[in-house]
Ligand binder design. Sequence first.
Ligand SMILES: *Cc1c(COP(=O)(O)O)cnc(C)c1O
Length: 453
Amino acid sequence: MEPVKVFLDDREIPKQWYNILADMPTPMSPPLHPGTGQPIGPDDLAPVFPMNLIEQEVSTERWIDIPEEVLEKYLLWRPTPLCRARNFEKLLDAPVKIYYKNEGVSPPGSHKPNTAVAQAYYNKVFGVKRLSTETGAGQWGSALSMACQMFGLECRVFMVKVSYEQKPYRRMMMMTWGANCIPSPSDKTEAGRKILAEIPDSPGSLGIAISEAIEDAVSDEDARYSLGSVLNHVLLHQTINGLECQKQLEKLGVYPDVVIGCTGGGSNFAGLCLPFVRDKIHGKDISIVAAEPTSCPTMTRGPFAYDFGDTAMTTPLLPMHTLGHDFVPAPIHAGGLRYHGMAPIISHLVKEQIVEARAYNQLETFDAGVKWARTEGYIPAPETNHAIAAVVQEAQRAKEEGKEKTILFNWSGHGLVDLAAYDAYLSGKLTKYELPDEEIQGSLNSIAGLPKP
Ligand SMILES: *Cc1c(COP(=O)(O)O)cnc(C)c1O
């Protein structure tokens, strides 16, 4: 009998993270200072992040040692299993083998603590007392709350107000792990007060919450800001997953033809895929697919441009695929992955055609997720369903072409705290919703005057 799961022994956990910047085939455009239009230096970021993380952000070292203290926390749930989805394969009835890396086994239920734990550790050793961050549905906020508690830091989370009200369970997780969770826009910051003055009942957005969290961090010298995706050091920390996976595949004697991940800001995708991108750069024949929603189609319909990471235009300008910093997805969109931009590393790889981006509508993604739950048992996060929709599409193609294929994807998290989205799908409340061109054009007006990469 062929094995269904491959575990690694605790002692086999990778001891280093992989930095793709050492292997990029073409140079990336630098982040720019919005005032001067010049590349930013480490000192520009010092009020926002601790210097040890800024060093990682700009590092071009290929391998970076994972501190013992971080490994010790990783071992609470890592190495995560690599599994074969035999029942799902049977349902699809295509000539494919499907493997998935289960990142849903972490305490908050997603890949996010891979970087949360590392960031809390580096802030702690730098002498920071408190971290401030934003969260949408609450995945990131809950991961950082747990990590801060583990390293004795205070944690303040600005949570998008509509989620704060509609999705109380992640707020409760944050509070259980000892964090302070505030609905955004709030009256705690200038950015929040400004929005409230204009729109008193604003539902909030990720961009507004980022502005609040940054302002809160830079106005307290004992505090720093923490971001759960997009930045180079976040993607770096996530690579523990892909490196583990390569060891597991080696035990099986398997190498995938296609690797797939869903993409919001790009971090779980990067975590699994960047070690395979390295192989591809060195000549391996492999497709690497990034799956995003049609209602927030950053890579498939947004240009590669300089844009701000937040609505209040306080961050450096990042070279990335973007829908414009004012973009807010339609309220009907239930699947997560709502950020207007994309990690510069992933954007660059898409531009270089090393990574292929595809978009899926929410009826396809929930259909795939429900099929998954009814065969493999585990209920995926709505975000993860985008990756599963891409797996279904790859399987159909393999069937049409009559070609055998091995597919690997990142099962980025479970959906046990997102059942309201499943309820909306199962009761027929979701629609396909294609984003109109005019709406994209409208939000892209906000980047018209910015420098071009
Ligand atoms: C946050 C999240 C994502 C999207 O974020 P990325 O930075 O693109 O990985 C995907 N899946 C799950 C389960 C998440 O919690």
